[in-house]
Structure formats: C-alpha cells, structure tokens
Write a protein that binds this ligand. Structure first.
Ligand code: SAH
Length: 479
C-alpha cells in the first residue's frame, strides 16, 4: 500500500522526522494494509519519501523504518539490533552492572521497541503497531544476537491503546519460572520483579544518579521520598549513611525494599520504611521540626504533556519547598522530574523559587548534564553551598532535548520586549546592572507576586531573584 501525502506535508520527512500524522495523508493507493504492515510514503508530486509502519488507529498514521528503498525484513532488524548492541557495549556499562537498556526504540531506529537486560533475562516492551507486527522476528533476532534465551514481555503501557493494541504480558521466549531475581549495580544488589514491577521492573535510567547519591550520603541522615524498591536508599546505606528513612505509598514496593536490605546485609537499625503520601508526610515532618542532611525527591510523572504543566508545577513547587525547609545547614536536595510536560528550564525555575520561598539564600543549583538524558534533576545545596555539577556520559537514554538556558537569559536582557537584541549574556555584571524584564506571555506559569530566580549565565548561578508584578518584574536581590 502507498500513502500519498498532502502538498507540503513531505517537508518534515525530508528533514528526517519519522512521523506522518493522519491529517498529512491525502490518499491511499493499492490494497489496504493491516495494522503494522510496511507501507511506502509518497509526496503529492509522486516522489518516494520513505518506508514506514502503518498504524490505522493512531493519529501518528505511519512511523518511518527507513528513508531509503531497502526492504524491511528480518535482515533489516538484525542490522539495527547489531548496531544498537555495539553502541551499548561501547559504553562499557557492563563493567558496573549486569542490567541496562539494550534497545531505545526510535533512538535505535526501531520505533516502539524497548528492551531492558536484567542479568540473563531480557524484558521487551512493544508500544506501536509496527513493533507489534515485527515482535516475533525481533525476539528471534535478540536471542540470536545476545545469546540470552529468556525474554519476558511487558507490553502493558497505556500508549498501546492509542495504537489500537491490547495489553500483553508474559514469557515471550525461553523459560522464566521465577519473575523475581537479583541484579547488581555499582557494588550493590537489587531484587527485580519483571512481572509486576514498574515499567520493565526497575528504574534503570537512575543508575548513575543512585551511584552519585551513594557517594554523597556518607554520615548523613537521608530522607528518600518516592523510594520505590529502595534504589537510592540501598546505595546511601551501603556507602555509610547515618540513617535512611524511605517513604512510598506502595506497600509492595516497600516490602521488596526490605528484602533488598537483607540481600545486601545492611543494618536494619539504620533504616526505616514508611508507607504514606509524601505530600502529607513532608508537612508532618515540618510540623514536628524534623530535619535531614540529604533529601531525595524522585516522584512519578506529574505532567505527561505540556497541558498538565501548570498543575504539575504547583506539585513540584510544593514538595521542593517543603524539602528545602526540612534540610539542615549543609544539606543536599537531590530532586528529579521525569515529566515530559515540564522542561528543564521550567523545572529549574520551580526549584529555584522553592529555594527562595524557603528562605535559602545564596544557595547554588547544579545539575547533571542532560545531553544524554531525558530526566531532569537538580542537586541543590541547602544554604551557602557550592555548585555540584557533573556529567553523566553513560546514561541509559540517548535522546535528551536540547536545553537553552539562554532563552531565559535573553528575556532577562530584553529591556521592554521591543529591544530583542541579546546583550553580552556571558557578562553577568552587565546583565545585573540593567535588571531583568520578564514578560508574562513568555512565562505563562508566572503568577502575580511569585518569587522567582533568573539565571543568566551558563553556570546556573542565580543572578536575580525577585517578584513578578503586574507591570513586570521587580528585582529584590541577587545571589
Ligand atoms: N526512586 C525510585 C523510583 C521512584 S518511582 C528508584 O530509583 O528506583 C515513583 C514512586 O513513587 C513509586 O514507587 C510510587 O509508588 C511512589 N508514589 C507515587 N505517588 C506517591 C505519593 N503521593 N506518596 C508516596 N509515594 C508515591
């Protein structure tokens, strides 16, 4: 079958964007294709554009397999998988762990296929019509290329509904009698349940951050919020944390955490599990005047899309503000967002404004490098602390969105909205004297009277802090 696009709609494909929306399709030629079958894409002028997986139920009507004329067959997937495996092995993560992401879907040219390796079991998620169509072929190639005999399928993500696919879980290849088994990572062990754990069983994408938390946790009283099965808690305890309090609303997650403590022979007296709602417990701790040397916030996704950003911002602000208040002098806040609808710049502002509202003057915010990473994070000193900043080249996810701190800086350097020429943004002194002018239309999340920090240099240093007012922005202090 051929899909012929509306005039002009070939442009994104010519720029190698792999999606074709339903509205871009002008007509269909030839016998109708089944869900996931390979179709050819043509421009209105009859020019061949690409080969793609057809998805009749989705708004994304086709996802490109190849922009060339090569056939999409077993050999095609073998080539893609070999390339992906070579890239993963070049990262050398196997030195530190037996569990890591093997296939990254679209980033590896196999849209909709995620494969995580947990020791000698692969867990496969098929998320699109095309992935579903080729699933058995892909499973065969995976066994052949990795030598791993066992594949468990976790195709139970909600997004399958958009593709007209039902949820499927179960053994796809080999024999998996026990869905729960141990993996290791940076010197500690974790039990993973591939059948009922979150996602494919474990948050592999937080591996390097767990290691970093371990490095920073020595002799600290740690509060780990949204702890799941204790990833951060175990690393903190194994690296000499004085105490760890782990909070999660899931009793199942906490019971696996307790088993993880035993698995690593960690002293139970230094750890406490608490089942409950983080939003309420942080308030309770505040009212009880409790304090900690390190607080970790790794909540679930508050904003799946930009439409949820405002509500999510309030939730992030709430927990970060409470956490700053509970932080002792010299403490570290390790805070994350995995919300696609909240970009790094907004998250940075939320955390900064929480720090200001908590009265944490002169704090510094640092962050991991996001170039290889989709999650966002900030490590922030409680008060008078130095920037903590480091790179994370070996990350699981390969496609991070480019972040531009300078968009904020540009606004700050704009006199009144008419003067669009960015000034010398690298010169903090110059920006400082001029004073920032923020425009609400560019910052829809700003509310009157909101305190906010403005960053104007590449080091994430807060140069302005102030209030948003009806007529603009009033600087109140600089850090
Ligand atoms: N930090 C973990 C992953 C956290 S996933 C790791 O590295 O492994 C998010 C966790 O938040 C889940 O375990 C979920 O049960 C928990 N959760 C969601 N909403 C919550 C709430 N309001 N209060 C407490 N825990 C919550």
């Amino acid at each position: 079958m051929k899909l012929i696009l509306n005039p002009g709609r070939e442009k994104s494909l010519l720029r190698r964007h792999p999606w074709v929306f339903a509205s871009a399709v002008q007509s269909v030629d030839g016998p109708s294709a089944a869900s996931g079958e390979t179709v050819d894409l043509f421009s209105a002028a009859g020019e061949f554009l690409a080969r793609a997986a057809y998805s009749p139920h989705s708004q994304i009507r086709a996802r490109v397999w190849t922009f060339g004329a090569e056939s999409v067959d077993r050999e095609f997937f073998q080539k893609k998988i070999r390339t992906a495996l070579a890239k993963r092995s070049a990262l050398n993560v196997q030195r530190d762990t037996d569990s890591y992401r093997l296939l990254h879907g679209e980033s590896d040219g196999i849209a909709g296929v995620i494969v995580d390796r947990y020791n000698d079991v692969l867990v496969l998620q098929s998320l699109t019509a095309g992935a579903e169509y080729w699933k058995q072929t892909i499973a065969d190639v995976l066994v052949e290329e990795t030598g791993v005999q066992n594949i468990y399928e976790r195709s139970d993500a909600d997004v399958r509904e958009l593709e007209g696919l039902k949820s499927i879980t179960g053994v796809l290849r080999g024999e998996i009698d026990n869905s729960r088994f141990a993996i290791y990572e940076h010197g500690v062990k974790f039990l993973v349940d591939v059948q009922s754990g979150h996602k494919t069983g474990f948050y592999l994408d937080q591996r390097e951050n767990r290691r970093r938390v371990g490095e920073l946790a020595k002799d600290r009283d740690v509060l780990n919020c949204f702890c799941y099965t204790g990833g951060f808690s175990i690393h903190a305890l194994a690296n000499g944390a004085k105490s760890v309090l782990s909070v999660d609303s899931s009793a199942d997650a906490l019971s696996l955490l307790e088993e993880n403590l035993k698995l690593n022979d960690l002293p139970a007296e230094r750890h406490t599990s608490l089942e409950g709602d983080v939003f309420q417990l942080l308030r309770k701790f505040r009212d009880e005047n409790r304090s900690f040397d390190m607080i970790i916030l790794d909540p679930p996704k508050f904003a799946p899309t930009a439409a949820h950003a405002e509500k999510a911002s309030r939730a992030y602000k709430d927990i970060n503000l409470l956490a700053f208040k509970l932080l002792r002098h010299g403490g570290i806040l390790v805070t994350f967002s995995c919300s696609g609808g909240v970009d790094a710049a907004l998250f940075q502002k939320i955390v900064a404004s929480a720090a200001l509202d908590a009265g944490r003057c002169r704090h510094r915010l640092g962050r991991f490098d996001r170039r290889f990473y989709a999650r966002q994070y900030v490590l922030a000193g409680g008060c008078r602390h130095d920037l903590i900043r480091f790179d994370e080249p070996n990350c699981e996810r390969s496609a991070g969105r480019a972040h531009s701190i300078h968009s904020e800086a540009r606004n700050a350097g704009t006199r009144n909205g008419r003067d669009r020429q960015p000034r010398n943004l690298d010169d903090p002194a110059e920006s400082y004297h001029r004073g920032p002018r923020l425009r609400r239309d560019r910052h829809p999340h700003l509310v009157l009277g909101q305190r906010l920090a403005v960053f104007t240099d590449g080091n994430w240093r807060i140069l302005y802090a102030g209030y948003y007012e009806r007529r603009g922005w009033t600087q109140c202090r600089s850090g």
